[in-house]
Design a protein around this ligand. Structure first.
Ligand SMILES: O=P(O)(O)OC[C@H]1O[C@H](OP(=O)(O)OP(=O)(O)O)[C@H](O)[C@@H]1O
Ligand SMILES: O=c1cc[nH]c(=O)[nH]1
Ligand SMILES: [Mg+2]
Length: 211
């Protein structure tokens, strides 16, 4: 597994506002959207393209277009939904699948409650969206889903990760596939409730309110 940590002052600035407990939901949602667009630039660095002839007003040249089959973007509900528009802004022709996973706050296992993915992901580039990589259980479950369906090229876009979770994902993926995690920052640690420290709290609640 490859880990890419964004190193950009704008990312750091927006992330700092996101962390602030005084930042209200409307601003939080806006910042998540902006941050994802910045991360998407890095996350799509190896998106597959193929040559395409272009007729300019001056001449004919060879450009590129995204290869078929198109990439698939999968937000992990709920919080990952806040990242969808930011990602599809850069990949407007991508298809979108959905995966509903909730962390059981007693066992910290990922529980699946929704799944709307193509059965066959062979040859598809997959982009998983989830703002928080804490224990790693949720991301490992999501990666397992897509690998079982034949994907081999998976990029997870996250806002914050805990070092513990990064290691769990690394060990779970092993040599099974080409997996990349793009993240705005890797924080210090998890606390006793397995929340990321310093973190930003519960991303889903901050985006959508407490349910
Ligand atoms: O790495 P982990 O320890 O598995 O934790 C991370 C998961 O926890 C949060 O989701 P949550 O279960 O709160 O669901 P929500 O998005 O509906 O709030 C977050 O969005 C991740 O999906
Ligand atoms: O810090 C954390 C950990 C898990 N889920 C969150 O939303 N935040
Ligand atoms: Mg939550």
């Amino acid at each position: 597994m490859r880990l890419h940590v964004a190193d950009h002052p704008l990312v750091a600035h927006k992330l700092s506002v996101l962390r602030d407990e005084a930042t209200p939901s409307p601003i939080f949602r806006l910042l998540v959207d902006e941050l994802v667009t910045l991360l998407a630039y890095e996350a799509t660095r190896h998106v597959r393209v193929e040559p395409q002839e272009v007729v300019t007003p001056v001449t004919t040249t060879t450009g590129v277009k995204l290869s078929d089959p198109s990439p698939i973007v999968i937000p992990i509900l709920r919080a990952g939904l806040g990242m969808l528009d930011g990602m599809t802004r850069l990949l407007p022709t991508a298809e979108v699948g959905f995966l509903g996973l909730q962390r059981d706050e007693a066992t910290f296992e990922a529980v699946t409650y929704a799944n709307r993915l193509p059965d066959d992901l062979t040859g598809r580039q997959v982009f998983l969206l989830d703002p928080m990589l804490a224990t790693g259980a949720t991301l490992v479950a999501a990666i397992d889903y897509v690998l079982e369906r034949g994907a081999h090229d998976v990029t997870a876009v996250c806002l914050l990760a805990a070092p513990e979770g990064v290691q769990v994902v690394q060990e779970a993926v092993g040599e099974r596939a080409d997996v990349q995690v793009v993240v705005a920052a890797v924080d210090e640690r998890l606390n006793e409730k397995k929340y990321i420290v310093p973190g930003l709290g519960d991303a889903g609640d901050r985006l959508y309110g407490i349910v």
